[in-house]
Design a protein around this ligand. Structure first.
Ligand code: FAD
Length: 462
């Protein structure tokens, strides 16, 4: 008999093989495995896992449907709260949200909630099962800016309530970071992201691509001239940060966003596309978050020896444990407690190396993590031909600077109420990375839901 304290293991591509391709790493559960894993759920009356979910999915509810073999029913339970379950099942940090609250984790391993969500959502995609549509339109018209997880969630929730919703997206493809940031090997684009967006379209949401709000038109024009009664801003935080060290403008230095956009959105990894990317023989990725892991694993798949350079120790790496584990398995080398001082440049203006310094951990700083402190005299050089800076991002100031009365804070984030997304401007709401700075898919979705609720509370009184 299976050990109930342990999860049903999930099948994955062999690390040596996957380090050379862009196919999805994790294969997910089949129905038999999902039903066995679901049987580990204790169906707690006071389900703590739900408290850990920012969109409050009825987790015991959908898992009990899986136990009964009613996968379509499980999907309908999830879709009451989430428009993007195949995406969340793959990229949500479940280990620090729903799963860490699972009662099973006291004595053993928590129920694999994320992998079960993924199984149900993939089943719904394969079998064309649609979420419930609005029975009739309510006559109100809302604009959503940005087609990332916050915008898609807000749009989907409003469409279900009968609103006429148009999403305006600056890029030619829909999905935000889901398409241009997170790589194919973690989140397949055609098989998962585009199909899940099709479901949002199926709810009646209209999409307009190649529209940059703040340039093509403005929020004030949408409201004053085009009849939109409310606007939700979900424009993300796509502006990369740099260190300000010498050599950072050399050829061969990328922001992680640019590097990943070239590979994911412009498919530089695909031989049938001619998008250039400095594949690099020896690549340094500076930073330790999910974005850094994605850049490192992409560079590895493009054929490079990859070094992650991070100024704190392994315990402080902000990336998901699963991503660090996968990166190590695939052969990414971690240079921890190391910080760049200068990028070394050759006579033609190309990167030839990096001067770095060893660090040690001092007292905790404002973030609660121990502050990295330089060890005097410990500088040394590493030879690299490409450097990818992955130090975080902030919101692009374009929308705030072209919208009258929209308040931002000193980090350039739009100021909005947490519970309903209301900004300083009447009938304008905001959420996701544009408000919080770079965060997570599920938090952006939670903010999209809150924004939809705020808009509905306001417009339904009109
Ligand atoms: C490489 C990478 C890996 C990540 N990995 C994970 C992960 O594993 N798990 C996780 O939970 N989170 C992860 N994140 C974070 C997560 O993807 C983001 O927190 C989330 O996508 C934010 O959603 P959003 O809707 O606020 O913004 P975004 O996803 O950034 O979408 C914003 C959209 O608005 C559009 N836009 C911007 N300005 C305008 C304008 N002026 N007019 C019209 N459209 C505009 C943009 O083109 C974009 O499509 C990752 C992020 C990156 C970059």
């Amino acid at each position: 008999m299976a050990d109930v304290l342990k999860r049903v293991p999930v099948r994955e591509q062999d690390p040596k093989v996957r380090a050379t391709n862009f196919d999805e790493v994790c294969y997910g559960y089949n129905q038999e495995e999902a039903m066995e894993e679901a049987s580990r759920c204790l169906n707690c009356k006071n389900a703590k896992c739900m408290q850990g979910c920012p969109v409050a999915i009825n987790i015991p509810g959908f898992i009990s449907r899986i136990k009964e073999g009613d996968i379509e029913g499980a999907y309908q339970v999830i879709s009451e709260s989430s428009a993007l379950p195949a995406i969340c099942g793959r990229v949500c940090p479940q280990e620090s949200q729903c799963e860490c609250k699972c009662i099973r984790s006291i004595k053993g391993e928590p129920v694999s909630i994320g992998k079960l969500e993924r199984f149900v959502a993939d089943y719904a995609l394969e079998h064309d099962i649609m979420p419930q549509k609005a029975e009739k339109m309510n006559g109100h018209k809302v604009a959503v800016i940005g087609s990332g997880p916050s915008g898609l969630t807000c749009a989907g929730d409003l469409a279900k309530l009968g609103y006429e919703v148009t999403v305006f997206e600056a890029l030619h493809k829909l999905g935000g970071v889901l398409v241009y940031g997170i790589p194919e090997f973690r989140l397949p684009k055609e098989k998962v992201v585009q199909k899940e967006i099709e479901k949002v379209k199926g709810l009646g949401v209209k999409f307009e691509t190649n529209v940059v709000i703040g340039k093509s038109t403005t929020i004030d024009q949408l409201m004053e001239e085009e009849g939109f009664e409310a606007v939700f801003i979900g424009s993300g935080a796509g502006l990369p940060m740099f260190m300000g060290i010498p050599g950072e403008t050399a050829n061969g230095v990328f922001s992680a966003n640019e590097y990943l956009t070239r590979s994911n959105l412009m498919r530089a990894f695909d031989d049938s596309y001619d998008t250039p990317i400095a594949a690099g023989k020896k690549v340094a990725v500076v930073g330790g978050g999910n974005v850094a892991m994605d850049a490192a694993r992409t560079a590895l798949r493009l054929g490079a020896e990859v070094h992650v350079v991070y100024r704190r120790s392994e315990a402080e790496l902000p990336a998901r444990v699963e991503e660090v584990h996968h990166a190590k398995e695939e052969g990414v080398i971690f240079n921890l407690l190391t910080n760049p001082k200068e990028i070394l440049v050759d006579e033609n203006g190309w990167v030839k190396g990096m001067r770095v310094i060893r660090m040690e951990l001092g007292e905790p700083d404002a973030s609660g993590r121990r502050r990295p402190v330089e060890i005097p005299g410990s500088e040394f050089e590493i030879e690299v031909d490409t450097v990818i800076m992955s130090l975080g991002t902030s919101p692009n100031p374009l929308i705030a600077s072209t919208t009258k009365g929209l308040e931002t804070n000193r980090r350039k984030c739009i100021v909005a109420e947490e519970e309903n997304g209301q900004t300083s401007k009447a009938y304008v709401f905001a959420g996701g990375d544009a408000v919080t700075g770079a965060a997570t898919v599920i938090l952006a979705m939670g903010a999209g839901k809150a924004g939809a609720k705020g808009i509905h509370e306001l417009l339904s009184q009109k």
